[in-house]
Write a protein that binds this ligand. Structure first.
Ligand SMILES: [Zn+2]
Length: 287
């Protein structure tokens, strides 16, 4: 059964580790992430961007697939199904479709409008027992057509949004979606420390987890980050493993063209990436 991300993240914040949000794109992705979480006894958050939701034939299809898999695979660790970077309308649609968690990304609105819209969704989510992520200070890079400027959030604005009663808060601290550029300045830990001091127990979310060095991830967790989003890294490892299979001509040997064989190395590669991240984040054995 799907659960809200609230309890797992409050536990993570108190225990000084982070729960990974791994974005899904199809059945192989979802199965790889769920099985790895179960094998490692780790809580997990499945992220779905609006673009990926559309690709998977809509939110209802996603909910059906994930719920079916949890039952048929015997998944007993806590699993949250979460809308990633949702619009206001997208958040409402996911709530209707049966997601257990949503992100409303109002970071591109003036702060007053972000506050007003977030506040309305807090009420809805509280009523239904769902978790809600809000964002302050756009995150750099591009994710499914949503382009962020890589801002550093204003800690006072973070406090304003946290006080509305959201479950978790994403704040831009120089992090970027996708691959990091050579000249990246790194995370702004001073900003993170200020946000953490002002928002107290609020679990903080680090987006753009791909390519942030391990020591920076650990430091961010020590400063209050309890949810880390991973998307690009699974895509890169899936693509590399699939490329290797084809380049070695394995699809031309025997029944190597069978999708269950063709997609198997990519599936295993996602499992490996998820495992590495769960080890780094410290969520293993915390289900
Ligand atoms: Zn993000």
């Amino acid at each position: 059964m799907l659960v809200s991300a609230k309890e797992m993240l409050n536990k993570a914040k108190a225990g000084k580790y982070a729960v990974g949000q791994f974005n899904i794109n199809n059945l192989e992705w979802t199965k790889a992430i769920l099985l790895t979480a179960q094998e490692l006894n780790s809580p997990v958050i499945l992220g779905v961007s609006e673009g990926a939701g559309k690709y998977m034939c809509g939110y209802k299809t996603v909910v059906g697939m994930v719920n079916g898999m949890i039952e048929e695979l015997g998944i007993t660790v806590p699993v949250a199904l979460h809308l990633d970077h949702g619009s206001y309308e997208g958040a409402k649609k996911c709530i209707e479709a049966g997601f257990s968690s949503v992100m409303f990304d109002g970071s591109h609105y003036p702060i007053e409008e972000n506050v007003a819209k977030t506040k309305e969704l807090v009420e809805t989510c509280n009523k239904l027992g769902l978790s809600l992520e809000a964002e302050v200070g756009a995150i750099g890079g591009e994710e499914d057509g949503v382009i962020g400027g890589g801002e550093v959030a204003d800690p006072k604005e973070c406090k304003m949004i946290a006080d509305l009663g959201v479950t978790m808060l994403a704040a831009g601290i120089g992090n970027i979606h996708g691959k990091y550029p050579e000249n990246w300045a790194g995370l702004s830990f001073d900003t993170l420390a200020d946000i953490s001091a002002l928002t107290g127990d609020m679990p903080l979310v680090l987006h753009g987890g791909t390519g942030i060095p391990a020591d920076m991830i650990k430091k961010a967790i020590s400063l209050g980050v309890s949810k880390i989003n991973v998307n690009t890294e699974c895509q890169l490892s899936f693509a590399a493993a699939t490329r290797k299979y084809v380049e070695e001509g394995k699809d031309l040997q025997g029944k190597g063209f069978d999708p269950r064989k063709l997609l198997a190395p990519g599936f295993e590669a996602i499992k490996e990436t998820v495992k590495e991240k769960m080890e780094l984040f410290g969520s293993i054995g915390k289900a």
